[in-house]
Design a protein around this ligand. Structure first.
Ligand code: MG
Length: 342
C-alpha cells in the first residue's frame, strides 16, 4: 500500500468563530488530503488536526510519514493496522482518522460496495444534519440565519457576554426552527445554570459543552438541574471518555478527528449505547472526504452535525449532499465521494 498526502487550502463562506478560539476574521482553513493506493485503487481520507488537542498540520504530516511504513500489505487488516498506529502515533488522532477513512474507502472500492453497506447500516436512517452559525456581530448573525433558510436545524455557537442578544437575534430570524446550542467551554460552573435557563427560554433541543472540559462533577450538578439535555464535546475525545461521561452528561459528541476514525467511533457508539448515553456525530471544518467518512456511520446516531463541507466555498470533493440538511449515502463503492471537476 502506498500512502501519500497533500495540504489543501480551503475557503469558508463566512469567518467562523467559537467561544474558546479567537480567530477573528479568518476565512481560510488548511487540511491534509490522504491517498492510499493499492492494487490500482485509491482510497481517500482527510486529516483536520485540532489545535485544542495539540495537533497541527506539521504534527499530522509527521505522523502520516510514520503511518506510511506501518500499513503492511493488506488494507483489510484494520484492527492490526489501528493497533500499530496507536502504538506509534498515539497523540495524532486526526492523522489516524485520515488513514482509517482512506482504508475504508479503499476496502469499499476493492469489494465494490459502499462502506455503510459493509458495516450493515440502512442509508435512510441518517438523521438531518444541523447547520452551524458561528459567533459574530448581530447583523452578520441575522444575515447568516437568513442565508441558512434551507436548513431546518441550526446549531448556534454561544459562550460570549452577548449570548442573550445573540439568541434573540437568531429566534427573530428563525422563530420555528430546531435550535441546538454549543457553548464550547465558554461558561463557568458558577454562571452556567443562569446561562442554561436563559438559553432554554429560547426553546433549545440541547446544550453542548457548557463549561471547560475536565470538571465532570460540576457538569453532573448542572445536569441535575434538568434545564436542558447536556452533551459532551471537549469532554468526549476518545473511547476512554465514554464511561467517564456516563451519568454526568446526557450524551456525547463523537468526531472522527478526535477519536481516530470510523473504527474507534463504532466502539464509542456501542459503549455509549450500553451506558445509556445519547449520541451526536460532529465534525470539523473539513471537505466532503472527512464528512463522508463520518456520514457512513450516521445511521447509528441520534443527532448529526456534519456540516463542515457546507461551510466551504470550494469543497474539492462531492457526493455526500447536504442541501436542506439531508446527507445522502449513495451506492458508490467506498465513501461515495468523487473529486469535483471544475
Ligand atoms: Mg462542539
Amino acid at each position: 500500500m502506498k500512502l501519500t498526502w497533500h495540504r489543501r487550502q480551503l475557503h469558508l463562506r463566512h469567518p467562523f468563530n467559537i467561544a474558546r478560539v479567537n480567530r477573528s476574521a479568518e476565512t481560510r482553513k488548511e487540511v491534509l488530503l490522504v491517498r492510499i493506493e493499492h492494487e490500482s485503487r485509491v482510497g481517500w481520507g482527510e486529516a483536520a488536526p485540532i489545535q485544542y488537542y495539540h495537533q497541527s498540520l506539521d504534527s499530522a504530516e509527521a505522523a502520516l510519514a510514520r503511518a506510511a511504513g506501518l500499513l503492511g500489505t493488506s488494507p483489510f487488516r484494520l484492527e492490526e493496522i489501528h493497533e500499530r498506529l496507536w502504538k506509534e502515533i498515539p497523540d495524532q488522532s486526526a492523522a489516524i482518522a485520515a488513514v482509517d477513512g482512506a482504508l475504508h474507502d479503499l476496502i469499499g472500492k476493492l469489494l465494490g460496495i459502499p462502506v455503510w453497506r459493509m458495516i450493515g447500516l440502512s442509508p435512510e436512517r441518517v438523521p438531518l444534519t444541523s447547520f452551524t452559525i458561528g459567533i459574530d456581530d448581530m447583523d452578520t448573525i441575522a444575515r447568516k440565519v437568513r442565508e441558512a433558510e434551507e436548513y431546518p436545524i441550526l446549531k448556534i455557537k454561544v459562550g460570549t457576554p452577548d449570548d442573550e442578544t445573540l439568541l434573540r437575534t437568531v429566534r427573530a430570524a428563525a422563530p420555528d426552527k430546531v435550535l441546538r446550542v454549543d457553548a464550547n467551554c465558554g461558561w463557568t460552573p458558577e454562571n452556567a445554570i443562569d446561562r442554561m435557563r436563559m438559553v432554554a427560554g429560547f426553546r433549545v433541543e440541547f446544550i453542548e459543552q457548557p463549561i471547560p472540559a475536565g470538571n465532570l462533577e460540576a457538569v453532573a450538578v448542572l445536569r441535575n438541574a434538568s434545564v436542558a439535555p447536556l452533551f459532551a464535546d471537549e469532554d468526549s475525545v476518545g473511547e476512554a471518555d465514554v464511561v467517564r461521561c456516563a451519568g454526568k452528561y446526557d450524551g456525547i459528541n463523537i468526531k472522527l478527528s478526535k477519536c481516530g476514525g470510523i473504527r474507534p467511533a463504532l466502539r464509542m457508539i456501542h459503549a455509549a449505547r450500553a451506558l445509556g448515553l445519547k449520541i451526536m456525530l460532529g465534525c470539523m471544518v473539513e471537505t466532503s472526504v472527512g464528512i463522508a467518512a463520518a456520514a457512513q456511520i450516521a445511521p447509528l446516531v441520534d443527532y448529526v452535525d456534519l456540516d463542515g463541507h457546507l461551510l466551504l466555498a470550494d469543497d474539492p470533493f462531492e457526493g455526500i449532499g447536504g442541501a436542506r440538511g439531508i446527507l445522502t449515502l449513495n451506492d458508490d463503492p467506498g465513501l461515495g465521494i468523487r473529486e469535483r471537476t471544475a
